[in-house]
Design a protein. Structure first.
Ligand SMILES: [Zn+2]
Length: 456
């Protein structure tokens, strides 16, 4: 069998295997849904709410299965029956510009993917989320979000694609290194300015108002040795009742963003618990670690692309007679899917490790109990799955399971954060001792001196 034919069958096998693994994970989770609730989470749902959770999870599994089945049929049929060669001919006939051909080729998949997933997004938002009381979005807001997302992705990804193709036409030998440098700069730029350019397209953010909550957060930040200039509240309640918070940006642009739903649902101690976790990510340099490893990954990817970019064998695997930037990149990405799977497993393992470290940071700063309480409230409100299958966790979870996190956060520790201050719990069950503010600094042993680039 010729090599190109072997690659053709390998790609078909990968597409099918990808679907089969997804299905296997869904079945595992369906089985695990009848397992008893872990001891630390008993009582989180009453019977009626647990039935509701099971029904919600089951509906989501079904819609996930239908979506991936449709995508399996489309990608298999398109690839196996010469769709790539057909599309290659179409874009070559439409324009003589190499860059535009590349844009049209990938643009076709972008639009098809958008059109196929749109009905499912609509169903998920206005049927599933609506019936379980999560959706707050209106058709008008949803349409606006969808259009903005589409345009934003088209501009950023389309721009990067044109840039890479253009660099390839200028310097086929070095395009991988130059494109990598350009991609990295754009990615860093987008990260740096996301809060000011991209987020405002979708949400309003305003600084957290003066008051007891802000005071409590500031006292905690001071104790934890964190310069906190930017705490923002975001109006996510217009879309969903689910609560969340995140940490974004670096250098002067770093900020903590709390969803307004979080402030409505949690006590101020619980919010400080969530914040302590976010500060933990920052203190342990997780953003930098993730960013540098993804830069290394993409450098390797660009280099690998450069090895096959002119290969007629790769183009022939998709039934094309002539190699081209678009066909070779597309086929290469499909051939890479098993490596992508392994990379996903590794990335999730690293992410779970970071989450444990951030939880530990909160724990060692007296916020174990309050973060655990916040996580339980948020998970119960969002009808989270309490018994995910351990294999599914390995494949798909960027965070440890709720049970694991709560168990770790609720382990005994003599110091707790309560009502805007640290307290040492009494051994005899008597009154706690409040630690005065001036004794905060350097009090807690876990907070090692920070290493790393200045200004983090
Ligand atoms: Zn986290």
């Amino acid at each position: 069998m010729a090599l190109s034919q072997f690659l053709y069958w390998a790609i078909i096998a990968f597409i099918v295997a990808d679907f089969a693994i997804g299905l296997w994970l869904t079945i595992l989770n369906a089985k695990a849904s009848t397992w008893p609730v872990p001891k630390v989470l008993e009582g989180l749902y009453d019977d009626e709410k647990y039935r509701k959770q099971q029904a919600y999870a089951s509906e989501n599994r079904k819609i996930g299965f239908i979506t991936s089945s449709i995508s399996l049929v489309i990608s298999l049929a398109f690839f196996a029956f010469g769709g790539f060669a057909w599309l290659d001919g179409v874009v070559r006939g439409m324009t003589g510009s190499y860059v535009l051909r590349s844009l049209l080729f990938f643009g076709f998949f972008f639009v098809v993917d958008f059109l196929v997933s749109l009905p499912f997004d609509i169903y998920s938002t206005f049927s599933i989320e609506q019936r379980y009381g999560f959706n707050k979005s209106t058709p008008k807001l949803f349409a606006g979000d969808t259009i903005k997302n589409f345009l934003l992705n088209a501009v950023i990804n389309g721009g990067l694609l044109c840039l890479a193709t253009w660099i390839y036409t200028l310097s086929p030998d070095w395009f991988w290194l130059i494109s990598f440098a350009a991609f990295s700069l754009v990615t860093l730029g987008v990260q740096y300015f996301a809060s000011e350019i991209i987020v405002p397209l979708f949400n309003k953010q305003k600084p957290l108002e003066e008051g007891p909550l802000r005071d409590s957060i500031e006292a905690f930040a001071k104790m934890a040795g964190f310069q906190l200039e930017n705490i923002y509240v975001m109006d996510e309640s217009k879309r969903t009742t689910k609560a969340n918070a995140y940490f974004t940006g670096f250098g002067k642009k770093k900020r903590v963003v709390l969803f307004d739903t979080l402030i409505e649902q949690l006590t101020s101690d619980e919010i400080v618990g969530v914040l302590a976790h976010e500060i933990g990510h920052y203190k342990r340099l997780h953003l930098w670690k993730m960013m540098s490893s993804s830069l290394v990954e993409s450098l390797i990817l660009f280099w690998l692309v450069s090895l096959i970019i002119n290969s007629p064998v790769i183009a022939a695997a998709a039934g094309c007679t002539e190699p081209s930037f678009w066909i070779n990149v597309q086929v290469f990405l499909m051939l890479l899917s098993p490596i992508g799977l392994i990379q996903g497993l590794a990335d999730n393992a690293v992410s779970r490790k970071h989450e444990r470290q951030a939880d530990d940071f909160a724990f060692h700063h007296g916020c174990g109990a309050s973060e655990a309480s916040a996580l339980k409230k948020m998970s119960a409100q969002a009808l989270s799955n309490l018994t995910p299958h351990p294999i599914v966790v390995r494949f798909e979870y960027s965070h440890p399971t709720l049970a694991e996190r709560v168990e770790s956060l609720e382990r005994p520790f003599p110091i707790i954060w309560k009502e805007g201050a640290l307290h040492v719990k009494s051994h005899t069950g008597g009154k706690d001792t409040r630690i005065p503010e001036e004794e905060y600094v350097g009090f807690l042993p876990s907070d090692k001196p920070r290493k790393g680039p200045k200004g983090l």
